[in-house]
Design a protein around this ligand. Sequence first.
Ligand code: GDP
Ligand code: MN
Length: 382
Amino acid sequence: MDLLEYQGKQLFARHGLRVSSGEAVDSVDDAVAVAERVGYPVVVKAQVLIGGRGKAGGVKLAANADEAREHATNILGMDIKGHTVRTLWIEHASDIASEYYASVLLDRSAKAPLVMFSTEGGVDIEEVAEKTPEKLIRHHVDALAGLTREEALTIARDGGVDADVVEGVADALVALYEVWLQEDATLAEINPLIVTPEREVRALDAKVSLDGNALYRHEENSGLSDPENEDPIERRAKENGVQYVALDGDIGIMGNGAGLVMSTLDVVSLAGGAPANFLDAGGGSDAAKVEQAIGLILSNPRVKAVLINIFGGITRCDEVANGLIGAFHALSPSVPFVVRLDGTNDVAGRELLEQAGLAGVHTAGTMNEAAEKVVALAGGAG
Ligand code: GDP
Ligand code: MN
């Protein structure tokens, strides 16, 4: 779950990281009212879940009410790489002496939290990593001990920050690590982390992703998810308690069990196809549930063909077949389906489906056969 900049900054502030005072607004008049309150100069900032807002014209300084009004008018409704700006963050502008970079994330291959820091902030950090890797400090943290102040001081010194802000940067790193850990974030990033002419260290931007599966531990963060920015099908799936993840391709996927669905994605990719989604229908064969799941898959207009991959265990394939038949009658889909039924009562299940004589519904006995069929039906490998 990605947070908007201002939401990330709220979490930062909660953990003692310095941020500028400001307010989120969704109208030009409110933008000007907040600007008056926080005092000029202000920064008018587009709140969208995509980086590079500055370059796109979504971050502007305003010295007075006229400029605040002008920028708010221009930025509200602006499209930034496919994201429409509906919210602005107005904060008191900072004077900048230096721009640094700091982030915390989990390095899966090292099985440890990773703190990254660079004095080359305010720019694309991937570029720093590529062109001047020596300027990007990468420090793995002992997950049990956490990031100690000594370690943070070393990172700041090794990073080459000005001597008088080593302490301030170390404090910011410790606070950022605390945000990452205590808020169950998957990423906590500040770019730029600035030093003001008064030598104060402050987060000027915030990129925070929270682990959605840990949200139940954070009552206070549950309101942070922004339905406007979610994939509409994922949102509906969540409301219906269906495990659905949107992907880029054109082959709809449904299976029972997360592991089976993930291997289905792999097998379809190996056959040259591109999955449009992950959908785990779970156990059970309830026609209403199957119908709901198929409805979700078909509401993606990119879907050209659908693969249903069921491995019968406790769930019997003949029951699943009946559920599917009911769902197909109710939905009469216009794209072809391939149904692979394997496991308990699979022969009976396939017979039921074939007897039902549903147009555009094909059966398969194995996963590979099913994947090849569905890729061909979707228009071949692409
Ligand atoms: P991003 O482009 O989406 O990463 O948005 P940022 O929040 O990082 O802002 C982009 C750039 O605008 C920053 O790197 C700064 O150079 C500049 N900027 C943002 N806020 C201020 C501010 O308060 N004062 C000044 N002088 N520049 C700012
Ligand atoms: Mn930034």
